[in-house]
Design a protein around this ligand. Sequence first.
Ligand code: GLP
Length: 237
Amino acid sequence: MIKKVIKSKEEIYNDVLEVYVNEINKNPEIVLGLATGSTPEPLYKKLIEAYNDSKISFSKVETFNLDEYEGIKKENEQSYYSFMNKNLFSKVDIKKENINMPPNKEEGIEEYEKKLNEKKIDIQLLGIGSNGHIAFNEPGTPFNTRTHKVKLAQKTIDDNSRFFDKKEDVPTEAISMGLANIMEAKKIILIAIGETKAEIIKELFSNDNISEQLPASILKKHEDVTIYMDQEAAKLI
Ligand code: GLP
């Protein structure tokens, strides 16, 4: 069962921040599954503010990110590593050794999986692609997939081209945590903001179907998932 929360964008980020502040304080060694994209950015800003106001510390927090473009150098400003560094890691007291980013090439997958299997993600943060992908698990990805190399769907390349100078610069492959890894998280928070997510949110909630053609539909099987939506994203449900 998915719990739905429909509120204004501002209220959503405040609500989710509250969850993080409470959970981090309850368990300072919490393991967080983090996401990239425009959706988590406001949350990361609020987490930095909370850290600056001494409401939370990341000194014992460990993180795992969902995905990384394949073949992109860490230092490249389009890498998800750079995104995380710029938007969160460099601004809080997290220890470098507690940051786990997926590899940018296939060879690192086994090691990433090993680390993931030694830990249990307490809260997994997710956005949703306009085609229903979570992390970079595109439509058609088997539900039992673990960290793997993916070929990005054309829709994803088109959507993500807004972050690049030219469409040709968007990587066509990535390394992503699989749907099985995501489902192992104790708690899952998915945030969907804006009209561009309205169609896929409608599809997700229009029936009880769980289908590999809509990767996010696997979340219906998880026992602690909340989807936070603003009025635009929820306007068709
Ligand atoms: C990207 C990421 C996903 C993210 C999704 C939505 O491709 N790999 O993890 O959830 O697209 O992005 P945004 O939040 O920018 O809409």
